[in-house]
Design a protein around this ligand. Structure first.
Ligand code: 6CS
Length: 295
């Protein structure tokens, strides 16, 4: 391959961001660059060319779901599928991931975007960039019928001498429990949605914490009259999720946002999310900027 010797100034002048990465590799003032701007393909170009985007999901209906026939669906996935199709990326290839592993996986290049109903929160906005909000929900507690310990907030769990809560690893509920002062030993990570219900049924925990729509889905599937859902959990906000992108993928995220905004305006967005039980209105009442600022 013909070696092209470029000075740092020529690199910065010729090829923009890609050069910053290369020069930032500490290659000194003049580097051999076996590439030219023609090779500086954007993420969106690559996805269009390969015909699919790799997405991270949690398999937590109705946000994301792998159906018995293997088809991937859920409100967050169907929104992303529709937006990406309009961007010229016809397919999505999903990987089930724990919430806590989604952002590291995105940053490591295992996924092209996260469309798992990842809540837009200040700590996450420091690590990734989000689309504008897509699906929102309140928080809930699944408990034994009658909520015998009268657990209505994470503080109630913390203040009870033995109450245990289960929640997804690296998810918001785990963090809320720890921040409310529930000892680590009483915050148990559930590997998947159904396991949390089983732990509650077997008396290994007293609360299963998830967004309300997720718990309602699990309650219906469990068909267990000894379980009920308490919501909204006191002292918790309405959370809104968005698609998450690597910080370097601003152009990809902005192009995604443009299509998402058009779909919200045309009513297509509402037609996708409402059959899953989500409000088509709620995401319009807030913004990425507000949610990243913690308001
Ligand atoms: O983004 C989160 O942290 C939360 N999102 C969903 C859809 N479920 C639980 C999880 O903790």
């Amino acid at each position: 391959m013909k070696e092209i010797r470029l000075t740092r100034r020529e690199i910065f002048r010729q090829a923009g961001l890609a050069a910053v990465a290369l020069a930032g590799a500490g290659l000194g003032n003049s580097v051999s660059a076996a590439w030219s701007p023609a090779f500086a393909q954007t993420t969106l170009d690559r996805l269009r060319q390969q015909g699919f985007a790799r997405i991270a999901i949690a398999n937590e209906p109705p946000w994301t779901e792998v159906k018995p026939d293997g088809k991937v669906s859920g409100a967050a996935v169907e929104v992303a599928r529709a937006v990406l199709a309009k961007m010229g990326v016809p397919e999505v290839v999903a990987t089930i991931s724990e919430y806590g592993a989604m952002i590291p996986g995105l940053q490591a290049g295992r996924f092209d975007l996260v469309t798992a109903g990842l809540f837009i929160k200040p700590d996450r906005c420091a690590a990734v960039i989000f689309s504008q909000p897509d699906v929102c929900d309140v928080e809930g507690f699944m408990v034994k019928k009658g909520n015998p310990l009268n657990l209505q907030s994470y503080k109630d769990i913390a203040n009870h001498p033995t109450a245990r809560v289960t929640a997804p690893g690296g998810g918001t509920e785990e963090r809320l429990a720890l921040e409310a002062g529930v000892p680590r030993a009483r915050v148990i990570v559930t590997p998947d949605a159904p396991s949390g219900v089983k732990m509650l049924q077997d008396g290994r925990v007293e609360v299963y914490a998830l967004p309300l729509l997720s718990l309602n889905d699990l309650l219906e599937k469990a068909g267990d009259p000894n379980l009920e859902v308490f919501a909204p959990v006191k002292d918790t906000p309405i959370y809104c999720a968005g698609a998450a992108f690597r910080k370097a993928d601003v152009a990809f995220r902005d192009a995604y946002d443009k299509v998402l905004a058009e779909m919200k305006k045309s009513g297509e967005f509402r037609e996708i999310v409402e059959p899953f039980g989500f409000s088509g209105e709620a995401p319009l009442l807030t913004s990425r900027e507000k949610l990243c600022a913690g308001s």
